[in-house]
Design a protein around this ligand. Sequence first.
Ligand SMILES: Cc1ncc(COP(=O)(O)O)c(C=O)c1O
Length: 414
Amino acid sequence: MPELALLGGEPIRTKPYPKWPVFDQRDIDAVTCAIQSGRWGGFPYPGPNTAKFAEKFSEFQGGGHAVPMMNGTITMEVALRAAGIGWGDEVIVPAYTFQATTYAPMAAGAIPVIVDIDPETYCIDPQAVKSAITNKTKAVIVVHLAAQMANMDAIMAIAEKHGLVVIEDAAHAHGAQWRGMGSGTIGDFGSFSLQSFKTLTTGEGGVLLCKDEHMAERAASIIDCGRPKDAQGEEYTMGVNYRWSELHAALGLAALERFPEQFQQRAAMADYLEESLSELPGIHILKRDLRHTRRSLYRYVIKMETGFYHCKHDIFCKALSAEGIPVDTGYPSMHRYELFQPRLSKLAVPTAFPEYFDFENMSFPVTERASEEESIWMGESIFRAGEEGVDDLVKGIQKLADHRDDLSEYTESH
Ligand SMILES: Cc1ncc(COP(=O)(O)O)c(C=O)c1O
């Protein structure tokens, strides 16, 4: 076996993995048609493409009233505001996620209460949610992280007992299902991002799925400068312009047509990968809960044994990337995010409630271990490169295992 590419050897793979996003004539025709229609913007909301997309998206997810908007961060802010959650209310969020999940409650004026994750799935730990509930807790935002789903049975039971609003951050989970129910349709709200990396993308965009029709009317009002959206035309809200443009919606309709096939392709390749992964030394697959009946492959995360590879995940990812397999270490723990570092930004909530933002004294052992030592994040493109693309990934990891002493030396000298 030649030496590691990190140390100057030949990489396992020189061919790049497929690019994302992909497009075809359907996207060009859809956008051209939208441009020619003269109806580019989102006013009056919803425009015809947006309304059609909303209908098709909720049909695809299997429920909910869909309210498309500008991105998958404001979706969560709007959900909280529609539910009347704001100043001084506590919203429980997981420590392992993109910062948007935590920013959204702050944007609504609420306080994010960060809790740890389940070591087997890397999604929010229901026990930690239970322990964090106080008389100010109004909502919990769960994140269906990477190819996983949070334990929705446990979360819904806790929420029912304590009267909490449940928001599913399904930015990674378009098309996923829990006991046959679509992600984002189980809780009160489901939040989806359509940003360029996502498996269903329009460049930028977001969709809020609302279980309750009245919540959907309020959400639509909030994103359309407060104009009433109820049948009587009477309920004004405090709103701003977060409308989605018709050009984006046109792209969304084309993307939705292609999505089921891409979804199947990625899921099949993930199954194929798992057959080999379980045989690789020092590698652990996250738990596949049998209630998670349909997986959505946005990112795929595995754990490495730092003891076996004689290094932490940053060196592992550097070495595997040098072999031509693009992997990274994923998100930091929420309390280490830049979002909270520039304290001079005067975000209203941290300033008013400093006791909730004492990052030095926060500790989320499971998230810290995942984010600072052992998680390896793969991109969706690996799952669109056929069996050969997956085989190269497996060969790359096997090469690292065979040369783990070199990884140890590299770690010591860097
Ligand atoms: C878990 C999660 N939530 C929310 C978002 C925010 O989505 P957007 O970029 O559309 O605002 C992202 C985007 O990366 C995400 O990964």
